[in-house]
Design a protein around this ligand. Structure first.
Ligand SMILES: [Zn+2]
Length: 282
C-alpha cells in the first residue's frame, strides 16, 4: 500500500505523543468508548472491538509507552495501541470532538482521545500481555536508535542479514521491519545527511559511508525526538513538531541547504522520495 501523503506514525511521533500522553492524560478515567463512529475501509483493530467499551470503562490512565512507531496507552491492566495512520488526538472541549472517528475514548472530565485514521491505521485494546499480533510484538522487541544497544555492531549485524540480496538505501532503512519506526519520512533526512540517494545500492557503500549512515541514523532520529517530532506531522494536541525536515513536501523545489541546487522528488518503492541530486550519490 502506498505511503504517499504523509501522516504515518514514525518513531519521533510515537515518542513525542507517548510523552505528551503521560502528562496530559494522567489519572483520567474512561467513561465512554465508541468504535467506528464513522466506518473506514482501512481501519483495523486488534482485540474484540465489541468489548472495547466494557474493557475500558472505569479504567484510569496509568502511563504511556512507545515501541518503534507504535503508541501504547496504559490503563491499569488494559492497553490501547495506535499505529500507522491511526493518530491519537486530544480534545479538551466536547464542542470540538470530531464526529467522524474510528476510535473515540471519552474521559469523565469531558475530555477525549480520538483517532481518525489517515490512509490506513491499526488500533487495539487488550489486556496487558495478551496481544499476539506480530507487528506489535516485533515493534516492542526491536532495538531503536534511541537505545544504547543500537551500536555500530548491531547496525552491521542487521545489514549482514540482507547481504547477498540487492538492497537500496531506502529499502534497507525502511522495509522488512529491519528498523521499525523508521519510515519513509524519517529515512529521507537520514539519507540526506549521509549523502546517499534513496536508490543507492547498499552493496556499493564503502566502510566509511556505511559508518556515516549509522551515525546519521542515530543523530537524525534523536534530534527528531528531542524536537518534538517532524514539522510535517502533528502531535497529540494537533500542533506540528518542531523538527524542521530537510527533505519533505515542505522543502520540495527549495534550494538544498548544502549546495543550493533545487531539491527534487520521485516515486520509489511505494512512496515519494525527496533528494538533492548533487549531495546524495546514487
Ligand atoms: Zn545539495
Amino acid at each position: 500500500m502506498k505511503r504517499k501523503g504523509g501522516y504515518m506514525l514514525e518513531l519521533s511521533e510515537s515518542y513525542t505523543i507517548a510523552k505528551q500522553m503521560k502528562e496530559v492524560l494522567k489519572d483520567k478515567i474512561v467513561s465512554e468508548v465508541i468504535v467506528l463512529q464513522s466506518p473506514h475501509r482501512f481501519a483495523w483493530f486488534w482485540g474484540e472491538q465489541d468489548l472495547f467499551e466494557e474493557q475500558l470503562e472505569g479504567k484510569q490512565v496509568t502511563g504511556a509507552n512507545y515501541y518503534s512507531g507504535i503508541i501504547e496507552l496504559e490503563l491499569e491492566d488494559m492497553r490501547v495501541v495506535f499505529a500507522d495512520g491511526a493518530y491519537p488526538r486530544y480534545y479538551d472541549d466536547p464542542k470540538k470532538f470530531p464526529k467522524k472517528s474510528q476510535l473515540f475514548i471519552r474521559f469523565d472530565d469531558d475530555t477525549a482521545v480520538v483517532a481518525s485514521v489517515q490512509m490506513y491505521g491499526f488500533m487495539g485494546v487488550f489486556e496487558e500481555g495478551t496481544c499476539e499480533n506480530e507487528h506489535y510484538l516485533s515493534s516492542k522487541e526491536k532495538i531503536t536508535p534511541l537505545m544504547e544497544a543500537f551500536t555500530y555492531e548491531y547496525f552491521k549485524q542487521v545489514y549482514e542479514q540482507s547481504k547477498g540480496k540487492k538492497v537500496s538505501a531506502k529499502a534497507f532503512l525502511g522495509t522488512q521491519q529491519r528498523f521499525p519506526g523508521i519510515g519513509n519520512g524519517t529515512l529521507q533526512d537520514i539519507l540526506y545527511q549521509a549523502g546517499l540517494h534513496p536508490r543507492c545500492n547498499m552493496a556499493s557503500l564503502t566502510e566509511e559511508e556505511f559508518y556515516k549512515l549509522y551515525t546519521c541514523t542515530c543523530e537524525v532520529v534523536r534530534q527528531m525526538c528531542e524536537e518534538g517530532g517532524r514539522d510535517t506531522e502533528k502531535d497529540l494536541l494537533g500542533n506540528p513538531g518542531n523538527y524542521q525536515t530537510w527533505l519533505s513536501k515542505k522543502t520540495l523545489w527549495t534550494p538544498c541547504t548544502k549546495c543550493g541546487y533545487e531539491l527534487r522528488k520521485a516515486s520509489y518503492l511505494g512512496g515519494t522520495i525527496y533528494f538533492c541530486e548533487h549531495c546524495q550519490r546514487e
